[in-house]
Design a protein around this ligand. Structure first.
Ligand code: G3H
Length: 329
């Protein structure tokens, strides 16, 4: 990958959106995940492929374009959201970009992700850029408010300017194998999104088995999800490579069966530049270069950008800055 390869569009013009399909329980019966096999494969991802120093900056700059720069805290405020948006406009210090020779690339994150209440503030703060605002809009993080309330929340977020909606599924529907119930809800959420893209958060750390994770992924894609996403960041166990393999293999299968490309978003606990490279290597190995693009791959992360900036500074100066030099918000 060359540094110029980070110059990627926010949304590929030719990308065909998932129109949604009928729920096919026959497909689901064939879904089985073998945790040991997934663990063996996951253990090789960070080791088989090493990124040499001169390419690390290119991978890290690329990773920025995949970040949904996120703040989802109980003490979020307009001021914090505005500071996050300022960081999205200028994710890396100009002196670092200049030293890397990429100051003209206009590298920005995939989106800024906030609670519904801050969508309008984020849209205003990002005015004049092409950075979309993503909203978590369905009773995040539990997803257990009344259905009509959740649907109204999606509609309100879209009206406020959100271009992407991250919904949470009801985990008990997976645990009780209520696939019809899950399908119907996700389909209703997709309808409420209109032109906004729908990311379905599975809460994988609460789904008990990898087979459940895989089946839930499949049902969400059948119902019209544009992205499948691991976690809210609030579960005890959030994104990891084993779960990622279960989900992206379902994306591959769905693509083989339907020709539709679904995006993947691991979220929660991804805070190290090194881990970002491992995830990108996994996407490249399992799904191909196309799935490195921000319209098919995002990290849900609140602090990953800090570490990427720190590593890029190290790349150009040979020294590590103290953590506080790259505060996010
Ligand atoms: O969707 C994004 C997550 O909530 C972010 O989680 P994080 O704060 O662990 O990076």
């Amino acid at each position: 990958m060359s540094l110029k390869a980070v110059e990627m569009p926010h949304a590929a013009e030719e990308h065909k959106r998932n129109p949604g399909f009928d729920l096919d329980l026959g497909w689901l019966r064939h879904v089985r995940m073998n945790r040991s096999a997934l663990e063996r494969r996951a253990a090789t991802i960070g080791t088989r492929r090493s990124v040499k120093k001169q390419w690390q900056a290119a991978w890290l700059l690329h990773a920025i374009t995949n970040i949904d720069l996120t703040t989802l805290n109980g003490d979020d405020s307009k001021g914090r959201v505005e500071r996050l948006c300022a960081k999205a406009r200028q994710p890396i210090r100009t002196d670092i970009l200049k030293a890397l020779g990429v100051e003209d690339l206009g590298i920005t994150p995939g989106a800024v992700c906030v609670y519904h209440n801050f969508v309008a503030d984020a849209v205003a703060a990002l005015g004049g850029t092409n950075i979309p605002v993503a909203a978590v809009s369905t009773g995040f993080p539990a997803g257990l408010t009344p259905l009509d309330t959740r649907i109204a929340e999606i509609e309100a977020s879209v009206k406020a300017g959100a271009k992407e909606i991250d919904i949470v599924i009801e985990r008990h529907q997976v645990l009780t194998q209520d696939w019809q119930g899950l399908y119907d809800q996700v389909k209703a959420f997709r309808a409420a999104c209109g032109d906004a893209h729908l990311k379905t958060i599975l809460g994988t750390g609460e789904l008990a088995t990898q087979t459940n994770v895989a089946k839930a992924s499949m049902v969400c894609m059948m119902a019209g999800a544009d992205f499948i996403k691991t976690s809210t960041g609030k579960e005890k166990v959030n994104a990891d490579l084993v779960t990622s393999l279960s989900m992206i293999r379902m994306i591959r299968w769905f693509h083989e069966e339907t020709g539709i490309e679904i995006g993947y978003k691991p979220a929660g606990g991804i805070s190290k530049a090194k881990d970002a490279i491992t995830y990108l290597a996994m996407m490249k190995d399992e799904l191909g270069n196309k799935w490195l693009s921000p319209h098919l791959f995002r990290f849900g992360a609140s602090s990953l950008l800090n570490d990427i900036e720190r590593q890029l500074e190290h790349n150009v100066t040979g020294r590590y800055a103290a953590d506080y030099r790259q505060p996010l918000v």
